[in-house]
Design a protein around this ligand. Structure first.
Ligand code: AQP
Length: 335
């Protein structure tokens, strides 16, 4: 029997960080055996905000290497570059024509990112969730694993699929399968090291706000040492007055593979002076094997490019027929 399918991706907007790892990639690794995973580098999404053309291709390769270094097996999962398949942008256009503008105006991520862009905000930034819907629905996945922050976009994807089915399918014969979200309660949201109420993000101008997966042991230790904390003694989860404490304990819990209860008991009497070195040591240890593998992969470009060429072929075998089916349902003339 075919395994159920999963689809997910990460923007190629810079070095991946602990949020990307703990909120996304590590979950995919755990799902690989049970699911047929389609994982892509979202380079078309990366250009929805101003980008540097000199680093886009290199960032794309780095994200691919990071996936594999974190444990994604290219023999088992399909790893591909979004822009290598024109199906993504073509379907986004078709979806643009059936998506009401006010659905996009409601998107929180657009409002937040648009604020940062000021006058320069692009149509592409607003259209980001429609492209995301195309990314997902081309593969008709059963499940889409997403972080808490992407819940609203996945809801929009489901609405777009529903609208397409309503307008161009029948109840008995829908055009597309509507996917389900998979949101893990723990590790769903890793917050910034400089502000426990803001998510850790590649595009945060402060390097200190995040731990990159490829940060050196020295950089990790320094960033954790400088991470914002509070003057209280004794560490605890879930105190709304102490967002930084909750975040750092959460990171420790995930990196040390312990239960929340075990960490709460271990750290309840600790001060920051005792906890921070413990967290730094745990983070360095957890990331070391990933970094070693990453360096090895980045020095074998031929291998990485072959993985991406194979991935493109496997992805296209699914995406091309889906697009054809949607165009037929919408009444386009076949060439
Ligand atoms: N802080 C986070 N905590 C948990 N999960 C996170 N993810 C990102 N940040 C966190 C998860 O990583 C996947 C892909 O993210 P993305 O890079 O495509 O987009 P993003 O969410 O916009 O990530 P960034 O780092 O904030 O990128 P920029 O700065 O370029 O916008 C998603 O599954 C996301 O949930």
């Amino acid at each position: 029997m075919a395994k159920p399918r999963i689809l997910s991706g990460i923007q190629t907007t810079g070095n991946l960080h602990l949020g990307n790892y703990l909120g996304a990639i590590r979950n995919w690794v755990g799902l690989q055996a049970e699911y047929d995973c389609f994982l892509f580098m979202a380079d078309l999404h990366a250009v929805t905000v101003p980008h540097d053309p000199k680093v886009l291709a290199e960032n794309t390769l780095k994200v691919a290497a990071t996936y594999i270094a974190c444990g994604i097996d290219p023999e088992e999962s399909t790893i591909f570059v979004q822009s290598h398949l024109p199906e993504h942008s073509e379907l986004a256009w078709l979806f643009n024509c059936i998506t009401p503008l006010n659905w996009l105006e409601r998107m929180i991520q657009f409002k937040e990112k648009a604020k940062k862009q000021g006058e320069n905000v692009s149509i592409g930034l607003m259209d980001y969730p429609v492209l995301q819907a195309a990314d997902i629905l081309l593969y008709e996945p059963d499940i889409v694993p997403v972080g808490e922050d992407q819940k609203q976009h996945l809801e929009l994807t489901r609405d777009i699929a529903g609208r397409l089915n309503y307008q161009f399918g029948t109840e008995k014969k829908p055009v597309l399968k509507v996917p389900e979200p998979l949101i893990r309660p723990d590790g769903a949201r890793i917050m910034s090291l400089t502000d426990g109420t803001k998510k850790m993000s590649k595009s945060d101008p402060s390097e200190q706000s995040r731990i990159d997966i490829t940060d050196s042991a020295q950089a990790i230790t320094k960033k954790i040492k400088r991470a914002k904390t509070d003057p209280e003694r004794g560490l605890e989860f879930d105190n709304p007055e102490r967002p930084e404490c909750n975040n750092l304990l959460g990171i420790y819990q995930l990196l040390s593979n312990q239960t929340k209860e075990a960490v709460a008991a271990e750290c309840k009497d600790m001060g920051w002076g005792q906890f921070k070195p413990l967290l730094a040591e745990t983070a360095v240890e957890a990331l070391a094997p990933i970094q070693e593998k990453y360096t090895e992969l980045m020095s074998d470009r031929t291998y990485l490019l072959q993985v991406l060429a194979n991935g493109k072929e496997k992805a296209q075998a699914v995406a091309t027929p889906t697009l054809k089916k949607i165009k037929a349902a919408m009444g386009f003339m076949q060439p």
